[in-house]
Ligand binder design. Sequence first.
Ligand SMILES: [Zn+2]
Length: 297
Amino acid sequence: MWMLKEYQLLDIRLSLGACDASSSKASLKNFFNFFNSFNSFSSAEGRFFEQSESEELPPKNIMKDSAFFTFHSSILIALLLAHASFCLGQEERGLSPTAKAMERAGYVNVAKAVPGIHISLMYARDDNFTGRLLYKDLREAYLHPRAAKALAKAQRELKAKRPDLSLKVYDAARPMHIQQQMWDVVKGTAQQDYVSNPRNGGGLHNYGMAVDITLCDAATGDSIPMGTLVDHLGPAAHTDAEADLVRRHVITPETLKNRKLLREVMHAAGFTVLRTEWWHFNLITRAEARRTLKPIP
Ligand SMILES: [Zn+2]
């Protein structure tokens, strides 16, 4: 008679076990693994009965066991389904509509993907360069899975050099409807050169492939000096003539060291810094993003 193998029992235990945000997707996967093994059992059993009809009837206890198994496995499947959907519901509970849309589209919650990282979204407050609160319901940072993986590498690189520091995200994936609001605020002002026009396809934030980031004290989350505020628009934030900025006492040598450390760990993970913003890093080019990805609506 068909028996549950040890790993299948483990899968079922996992599925019925602790229900938290990270386990619900695993539960679903475990359930489908279990369901597949049940299916392969059924088809194997079907072949057995086909052969038996032409040769001899299967012993009665096998028929009885089979009915018993089918009844109990149906209950088990129903339980697993109920548990998996309960967990998925729990995972999404508490998330804003924008965060839910990001998760459903496959973007990765950076706080979950990068151990120890700090998140402080500047557009979820009104003390950013636009003076407006743009993320009315978004508190989590999301990235394309490739960018989240690269960011986890950057954090590991940093931890190997400076365990007392951490990366701190100021902005990550930005839906296009928020890009439009940002554009509407700066359009026709001196700041418009710093914002990607949605009409031209937006920027890499709109594909989840760019991140605004700094270094902070790992324990307190306090940012370390980088010479300007994160959204300072002007030459002091540029990265192409920093030695000159130090010479003219616009930024300190310590600040330059901090910027270089940030660039070193981000570059090691595959990101490239923007010439005009020390905090902005892209993982791919705009051309590649437009060719291979769709912007976040
Ligand atoms: Zn940026």
